[in-house]
Ligand binder design. Structure first.
Ligand code: BTN
Length: 241
């Protein structure tokens, strides 16, 4: 199946395919991949989530991956900015809904998960950022820590293509702000949307679960947790409330 080059959206070269295993796998097949390429698919047959989970990917929802340069010292800040771009894209579509970012970058709409982000490093400083957004349907998740929802279920009606355009332009805008004004103003915007900010949380890491109060993000983009032992900076993990 050949790639369909669609068009330029702002600075982005946008390709689309009908069906792929995963857009994160498919984008790697593009010759001489550089930053600024977007690959979307109508459906994925083996969509991947974080920590080896499957990402349910029937037609109707949005599945895309884009390439971007990220320096190692910027990684945690960029993880937050990608989540902020997604959360603000949803926020601008609805003034009524409650939008929250669950650290590091899951977006929740009215207490249910609406999207997921999977970052992978493919070459020195070149990353691919895979995003799934539940536009018209959401999987029934049983027994997990949260439920999923779709934009449509919350009366937000938008096509997958229109959402993609809005997201890419929002990300571009946020990256330009970051280059001009640094992380602090964007961090404030992120914290304003953060789930359980300054409240008790649990962080599940590779080896252990840490409990404490979610104090803030530091200037590197790490989560600052106030535990019984003192303040800890956390780079990776899953947040539970
Ligand atoms: C998560 O576990 O929350 C991350 C889910 C990421 C899903 C998206 S859909 C587009 C891209 N392709 C994939 O296989 N995964 C990401």
């Amino acid at each position: 199946m050949s790639y369909l080059y669609k068009e330029k959206i702002g600075r982005w070269y946008w390709y689309e395919k009908e069906e792929v295993t995963s857009t994160n796998d498919e984008i790697r097949q593009l010759p001489e991949l550089e930053a600024g390429v977007v690959l979307s698919a109508v459906r994925q047959t083996a969509g991947r989530g974080r920590r080896g989970h499957l990402w349910h990917a029937p037609a109707g929802n949005l599945y895309f991956t884009y390439s971007w340069h990220i320096l190692p010292e910027d990684l945690s800040r960029m993880v937050c900015l990608i989540g902020l771009s997604l959360a603000e894209t949803v926020l601008e579509l609805s003034s009524q809904a409650e939008i929250k970012i669950k650290w590091p970058n899951d977006v929740f709409l009215n207490h249910k998960k609406i999207s997921g982000i999977l970052l992978e490093n493919i070459a020195k400083d070149l990353w691919i950022i895979g995003i799934g957004v539940n536009i018209v349907s959401a999987p029934q998740l049983s027994g997990g820590a949260y439920q999923a929802t779709s934009l449509q279920e919350n009366d937000i009606l938008i096509s997958r293509e229109a959402f993609l355009r809005r997201y890419l332009l929002k990300f571009e805008e946020i990256i330009a702000e970051y280059a001009k004004e640094g992380f602090t103003p964007l961090k404030k915007r992120w914290l304003n949307l953060a789930l359980n900010y300054q409240q008790p949380i649990m962080i599940k890491g590779e080896k252990e679960i840490k409990k404490g109060v979610f104090l803030t993000l530091d200037d590197k983009g790490y989560l600052v947790l106030k535990t019984k032992e003192g303040e800890e900076r956390i780079v990776a993990g899953d947040l539970f409330i």
